[in-house]
Ligand binder design. Sequence first.
Ligand code: DGY
Length: 323
Amino acid sequence: MQAKVFVTRIIPDAGLEPVRAACAADVWDDRLPAPYDTLIERVRGVDGILCSITERIDANLIEAAGPQLKVISQMAVGYDNIDVAAAQARGIAVGHTPGVLTEATADLTLALLLAAARRIPESVEYIRKGEWRTWEPQTLLGHDLAGKTLGIVGLGRIGKAVAKRAAGFELRLIAHGPRLTDAEAAAVGAVRVDLPTLLREADFVSLHTPLTPETRHLINPTTLAQMKPTAILVNTTRGPVVDQTALYDALTNGVISGAALDVTDPEPLPADDPLLTLPNVVIVPHIGSATVGTRNQMARIAADNLIAGVNDQPLPHAVPAQI
Ligand code: DGY
C-alpha cells in the first residue's frame, strides 16, 4: 500500500510528480495556505508531510498527526516554523532544502542592496509621477559601493555567496558569526569582527543568520544605534531577526539611512504597515529563492526527502539533530 502524505502547498511539478507517483498524496490546492485547524485535520493519519515556511508545524500538530508520522519535509532551507525537537523526540525525520537556493538568495541580496543604495524604487516612482523634467545635478543621489564596507552577519552558505558577489563591487568585507573563524572569513576575502565592530564600521549591513531564540530581534534599538547614520540594513533571512518597530523609529529619526527587506514580521506585511510609507525602505515579498530553476530544485529535494522518509530511508537532506 502507498504511503499517505499531505502536501501543504501547490509546489512545482518537479516535486509534485514524483510525490504523486510514489505516494497517495493529498494536496492543499488553494493559493493561500490552509488555516492551522484545517491543517490539523488534513495531517491526521498521514505518514509524511511536505510543507513550507507558511505552515506552523508545532508539537500539537505533530501529536495530532498520529504515531504513524515518519517524516516532515520542508520545501525551504530555513525551518524555524517547525518544532524540530518535538518531531525528532518522536523519531520523526525532518528534511529541508539547503544549497540549491544559495545563489538565488545571494543575487537578491545584492539586488536589494543596490536598489536601496541607488534609490531605484524612488527613481521609478519619480518618473511615474511625472516629476522627470530634466537631468538634475542633485536629485535622487544615492550611495557609492566601491570602497565602502559591507558587514555580513552570518557567514554561512548564503553569506559567503553574498561576499563573493560583493567583492565584484569592490566592497571591503567584514563578517560576524558565533562560530566564524578568521580563516573561514579570509577564504571569502572578509575580516572577522565582533558584532559591535561590524555595526560601527559597515556602510551596509546584510543579515544572513537563521532565526533562533538568540537571533530574534538581533537588530533592536541598541544595535541600530551602533550603526552609522548613513548605513543601509539589508535583511533576506527572517523578519523577526529585526525589531521592526525599532527599525521604523531608526529610519524616521535618521539613526540609519535606509533598509531593504525581503522578509518582514509578520508576513505578509499588511498594506497599511507604517514601513511602507517610508521612501528610504525597499520591501519585496520574500522572493529570495523565487526563480524557476531554484524552486524546481527545492521541490525536487523536498520530494526526495519525503519519499525517503516514508520508506524508512535516511533523508538526503536532513535537518541536524536537535535533541
Ligand atoms: C528558505 O528557504 O528558508 C526561504 O526563506 C524560502 O525559500
